[in-house]
Design a protein around this ligand. Structure first.
Ligand code: NAD
Length: 695
């Protein structure tokens, strides 16, 4: 757990305490107990002049053991707070040698030390707010005292780690060195000799002009970035305390807020999503990839192809972007260049970085340029005939071991694979718009897709910063298959009495990034119109069908791109404005369908739409289209703007209780008919008193 090693130096004996708790050196209860023992041994040994605290391999410490939260182990003494107080108060100098990543509680440990030296590769951060909690072992009180308010707010609220070099600039570490332990020993001994003063944080309130504006702007940023999450706001309140209270009182306040958060539903949901993402990355087979993906072809430079090419180029891959004509290619290229220019203006990339990225994308109108590609991703029109034509040409020009993928939103991957001579090397890679921003990647396994191909694509997904989720073939895979039910209920609710603004407002208040009708306006109403027309011949005639969306399209209103859809838009603005013309049309559709409009509550809007997602998701799990319920949560949080603080639709259903969900669905089934046939899996779970998280 924690090893003590004595080093004899000219200036005296130094105890090096090394945390050894693979894989990430988390400071769980056992490590705390061991560190306490070794620390006491080092401090009570009169021959030891100074102490150095370090970690092993790539980790100083990954922080508290999240799996121990809400368990008796979290209460095992000493607490991390008590350990840090002991370190801070020690008479002998204790210096942290940050040999690698120091996150959360790991970084907080170093903040109690009297000096800090980091390896050049070290990363230092306080990611707690991303898990719905806050740095609860003094981070919000000591970090601002050490590096000032602005930098501390950035690290605590942003949740992103900083590099060793940035940490040096902030004054978070005293030195950066290739041998941090040797340097820390040197620093500790100079402190012991009185040559240098220890860097203990001042316990008084911070002597800083109270900058209300800095806190206001931190709160505004947090509200925008973490929609509906309370942890970042609580963390800001803790930081604000440093201005008015002494350290001890601030620590008490922080402890209280941490306890409040760690016991709340939000942090449980956020921790669920954290683990769910890691689980989603696990494939059923551990067969390794059989091709290393370095060069990727992209067919189509439209909305998706352009974004996919950018994602790949950003991660250092070489890209061939192919279009059907020079004019289409130039149009797509122009959009990519403009997107990069915007990123550069916003300070995300430097001019050189933009240039490097653009240089990685080769433009082409010739299939022959795919001859040396390891993978080709097709992002052309959503039309089976077009896709089949493209895949047979790809099959002819690409290397036999090249992987061929389609970005189709709904079409049958097996039918596409069927036109090639290599169905085992064909799959779906369903990116989300904008593809260079959205993290989700649905990886669609066809009937014959090989495990080695899946492994190669999962590896690539991680390299380009995506969250891959394995899904099976069906209309719409996981995300879009569910969303059809969600939007269907939104359309029905319009006819029954709600307005677009009421539906979108209720779901935004629930925490969705945007409401379903706003989302439709953004994506373009013509796209789902085309899908509905395609499905029309096979739609059972006895089922209720809302004509609202079709009628809006018939008026030439395709959403934001035409300046009107479910809402109207002022030129150049994305702000949806309610439109009486649409309200009149909805009333007319309702009258034609013989529906008497009524008042609809926010609660009904949320239950009708969100439980429609849950019911379909349960069928998807049962059909084996998703590997596990938590994968569905990842799809919805990473790809569909579902609130992270509710943990995804399945976790949310578990939280409100599956019995309540099923009872409500049964009531809807009686009132609204067979769309609401309860999923057998949901019934089975309720019968056996289990939850989705038990599967
Ligand atoms: P888009 O119309 O913006 O772009 C398609 C591009 O493909 C056009 O530039 C077109 O010229 C080009 N193209 C068509 N046939 C071609 C061919 N034979 N060879 C080379 N280029 C060809 O469409 P999009 O929105 O980028 O969608 C592309 C695919 O991605 C579709 O299958 C769509 O269902 C899917 N998709 C779209 C979204 C979205 O939100 N737009 C999200 C996920 C998946």
């Amino acid at each position: 757990m924690v090893k003590l090693e004595l080093r004899e130096m000219d200036a005296g004996r130094v105890a090096v305490l090394r945390i050894e708790n693979p894989p990430v050196n988390s400071v769980g209860s056992a490590v705390r107990v061991s560190l306490d023992e070794q620390l006491k041994a080092a401090l009570s040994d009169a021959s030891v002049k100074a102490v150095v605290l370090t970690g092993t391999a790539r980790f100083f410490s990954g922080g508290a053991d999240i799996r121990e939260f809400n368990t008796p182990k979290a209460a095992v003494r000493p607490s991390l707070r008590e350990l840090i107080a002991q370190i801070e108060a020690a008479e002998k100098p204790i210096v942290a040698a940050i040999n690698g990543t120091a996150l959360g509680g790991g970084l907080e440990l170093t903040l109690g030390c009297h000096g800090r030296v980091a390896d050049p590769t070290a990363k230092l951060g306080l990611p707690e707010v991303k898990l719905g909690v806050l740095p609860g072992a003094g981070g919000t009180q000591r970090l601002p005292r050490l590096i000032g308010l602005d930098a501390a707010l950035e690290i605590i609220v942003g949740g992103e780690p900083v590099t060793a070099q940035q940490a040096l600039e902030y004054g978070l570490v005293d030195d950066v060195d290739n041998d941090p332990v040797a340097k820390a020993i040197e620093l500790a001994l100079t402190i012991a000799q009185g040559v240098r003063a220890p860097r203990r944080v001042d316990h008084d309130p911070m002597d800083m002009p109270a900058s209300a504006a800095a806190f206001d702007s931190a709160r505004k940023n947090a509200e925008r970035r973490y929609r509906g999450c309370i942890a970042p706001l609580e963390a800001i309140a803790c930081v604000e305390k440093t201005l008015t209270t002494k350290l001890e009182e601030g620590l008490e306040f922080e402890r209280d807020r941490f306890q409040y958060l760690v016991n709340g539903d939000q942090s449980k949901a956020q921790r669920h999503i954290f683990f769910a993402e890691r689980k989603a990355a696990k494939l059923p087979s551990d067969e390794p990839a059989d091709v290393k993906i370095r060069r990727v072809g992209v067919v189509g430079a439209g909305t998706m192809g352009g974004g996919i090419a950018m994602s790949l180029a950003n991660a250092g891959l070489s890209v061939v972007l192919m279009e059907q004509s020079d004019a289409a290619l130039e149009r797509g290229w122009g959009t990519i260049v403009r997107n990069y220019e915007t990123s550069q203006r916003r300070g995300r990339f430097t001019a050189e970085e933009v240039e490097e990225r653009l240089a990685r994308i080769q433009r082409s109108v010739d299939y022959a340029d795919f001859a040396d590609a390891d993978l080709v991703i097709e992002a052309a029109f959503e039309d089976m005939a077009v896709k089949k034509e493209i895949f047979s040409r790809l099959d002819a020009v690409c290397r036999p071991d090249a992987i061929l993928a389609s970005n189709t939103s709904r079409l049958d991957i097996d039918e596409i694979a069927g036109v090639t001579s290599r169905p085992e090397r064909v799959l779906g890679m369903h990116f989300f718009s904008p593809a260079n921003v959205m993290r989700l990647l649905e990886v669609v396994k066809g009937a014959q897709t090989s495990n080695a191909v899946l492994a190669a694509v999962f590896g690539l997904a991680t390299r380009i910063g995506k969250v891959p989720v394995l899904v099976g073939v069906c209309d719409g895979f996981v995300g879009n298959r569910m969303v059809s039910h969600y939007t269907r209920e939104a359309y029905f609710l319009l006819e029954e009495g709600a307005t677009p603004a009421q539906i979108d407002g209720a779901l935004r208040r629930f925490g969705m990034a945007m409401g379903p009708l706003q989302m439709q306006d953004m994506a373009g109403l013509d796209i789902s119109w085309a899908a509905r027309k395609r499905q029309a011949p096979t739609r059972p005639a006895h089922l209720r069908y809302s004509k609202v969306a079709d009628r809006i399209c018939e008026m030439g209103r395709f959403g934001q791109k035409t300046g009107s859809g479910f809402y109207r838009y002022e030129p150049g603005s994305r702000e949806p404005i309610p439109d009486p013309e649409v309200h009149a049309l909805i009333e007319q559709c309702a009258a034609e369908a013989g529906i008497v409009r009524r008042d609809i509550s926010d609660e009904e809007i949320v239950e009708r739409t969100i439980f429609a997602l849950v019911n379909e998701a349960a069928k998807i799990v049962q059909d084996g289209i998703a590997q596990r319920p938590s994968d569905i949560d990842v799809v919805y949080v990473a790809g569909y703007g579902f609130p992270m603080f509710r943990g995804g639709p399945m976790f949310y259903a578990d939280t409100v209780g599956l019995e309540h969900v099923l009872n409500t669905i049964q009531r809807f089934h009686k009132e609204h008919g067979e769309f609401w046939t309860p999923a057998p899996l949901l019934e089975e779970l309720v019968r056996s008193g289990r939850r989705f998280s038990d599967l």
